[in-house]
Every structure is written in C-alpha cells, then in structure tokens.
Design a protein around this ligand. Structure first.
Ligand SMILES: [Zn+2]
Length: 297
C-alpha cells in the first residue's frame, strides 16, 4: 500500500487552499513556503499547523488527519456486488477513518474496520443495469491510521473538541477545547519542573493541584519558559469568554452555546496551545537546546 505522512500535523498555507503533511524537511526550516508554485506565501510552522487544525468544514477528509501519523492511498480490484477483505500492513495500531470511492457507477461501503483490515462491499445503484453485477471494477481507498504510539492527552482532547464541534454538540466542544489547552499547559509545567530538579514529583503534583489556571498560564509558564498567556493577542477573549464558558459548563450554570461560540473556543484553544509551543521553542533555542517541539538544528 502506498502511504505518505509520518507526522500528525497537516500544514495548511495561510493564503491559499494548499495543504500537506508536516515532514522532516519542514521541521528544519525557519519559514515554510507554500507548496503551490503560483502562491508566494511564506509562514511559520506554527501558523501552518494552526491553519491546518482550523480548516475542517471545507474538507471533511481533514477532520481527523491531525491524529493520524500515516495516510494510506490504495486502489483495489473488486467484483461489483461482492465483498472483498482488505488487509492493512502490519504495525497499524489504530484506524481513524477509511474513505472508499468507487471509480465507476456503483456504490461502495466499508465495515468491520480493525487494525488488521476491513471489508469493502459493493452494490449497484437502484435502477442500474443489472448486467454490471459481477463485473471487475476498482475502488480507491484513503485511510487515516496510526502506526506509532504517542500519548499526548491534549491532542486527543482537542480532537474530541473538533469532533463535537462538527457534530453540533457545542457545549461539550467548548469544554474539551479548554481542557485540551489546560492539559497541554499542565504537561509542560509538570515536565518543566521535573527537569529543573528542585521539586519532587509529589510536590509538583501538589503545586499544579493548588494553582488556578490563570496563574499556571502566566506565573508558572513565565517561571519555567519565560512566556505568559497574557501576552497572546486575544488573551482577553480567553479570559473573559472561553475560560468563563468552561467554568459555566463544568459547574452546570449554563448549558446552551451556539456554533459561533464553539468555533471561537476551538480556534482560541488552538491559538493558545501553539502560542505556547512557539514560545517554548524560542526558550529552548535561547538556552542552546538542540531540539524544541517543532524545530531541529
Ligand atoms: Zn499558498
């Protein structure tokens, strides 16, 4: 099976519709250039990833791609009206999504999806010539899957936020968006303090239990990584809307939110996460570390 894309992120051009999977070469560059030669846009890896995470409605194929580190393309031969089992390569841990596209005038569906493979079944449309039954045809498959394990809780939460946003469950989407951001912050604070070596694991746990999220994103992030959320462009929106909404939902004082509010919360969670990702990278670079989150030397 052909595949591409080893990384979990989709880079999306900030000016046009071009998108591609983040690769090793992109990680080495300071600025990315659009893959479309007629587009002259240049942008940072962070802006490319942020845009990739935000473009979800225009192209349903992208809805899950940021959690899959492999994307397989494959064309199989089928007999119209018969089922065919399709095996995935060894090492697939989880399949996120399978799209099957018939290359002629028939219907196709996929069932029994596991990490080993799935069944592709085909049938004729209503009122089509039944003599097509049993004929050889082709089906194009597009599969989002994971072949490497990674345990980034915030990323899974962000994906749940996006899924709920697309499904129209807005208050759950807002809650997941903000918790994804908080999980990202806690993860980096925990590992940052551990690395510093002044506090035991138990003491770090207690510290993170005690502090409220506004002090974590400002005081503690400043102490460890010389960055604070209050310098982000839409800090006010985060503090007065998204954080407040999250508390209202968690405490049950408000349950109804609309699509615009959920889109805003998801988009701001993406911005806040990558605001810190960029600034943590800058901090690591400034102290001469060879690797950050999204750069390598
Ligand atoms: Zn472009």
């Amino acid at each position: 099976m052909d595949y591409f894309g080893k990384f979990v992120y989709m880079i999306h051009c900030i000016d046009c519709d071009s998108a591609w999977s983040l690769d090793e070469e992109d990680l080495k560059k300071d600025r990315l250039s659009c893959h479309d030669p007629s587009c002259e846009a240049e942008f940072s890896i962070y802006d490319g990833i942020k845009k990739g995470l935000k473009v979800y409605e225009e192209n349903a194929l992208q809805a899950n791609s940021f959690l899959a580190n492999y994307i397989f393309f494959h064309t199989i031969d089928v007999k119209i009206g018969f089922m065919k089992n399709c095996k995935l390569p060894e090492g697939v841990l989880r399949v996120h999504k399978v799209w099957a596209v018939p290359l002629e005038n028939f219907s196709v569906g996929v069932s029994n999806i596991t990490s080993e493979g799935f069944d592709v079944f085909t049938s004729l449309h209503e009122n089509t010539d039944t003599s097509l039954f049993g004929l050889d045809a082709k089906v194009m498959l597009y599969i989002n899957a994971n072949m490497e394990n990674y345990s980034a809780t915030w990323m899974h939460l962000l994906q749940l936020s996006l899924k709920n946003l697309v499904d129209g469950d807005y208050s759950t989407s807002i809650l997941f968006a903000e918790i994804a951001f908080e999980s990202f912050v806690d993860t980096f604070l925990f590992h940052g303090y551990l690395e510093k070596g002044e506090l035991s694991e138990g003491e770090i746990y207690d510290l993170l239990e005690d502090k409220k999220i506004p002090s974590k994103v400002n005081t503690l992030m400043k102490e460890l990584y010389k960055t604070k959320l209050s310098k982000m462009d839409d800090w006010i929106g985060w503090e007065t809307k998204v954080l407040r909404w999250r508390n209202q939902i968690a405490h049950g004082s408000r349950v109804l939110f609309d699509k615009e509010e959920a889109q805003y919360a998801y988009s701001l969670a993406v911005d806040a996460i990558f605001y810190f990702a960029e600034n943590i990278d800058l901090y690591f670079k400034s102290i001469g570390e060879p690797n950050g989150l999204f750069y390598r030397t």
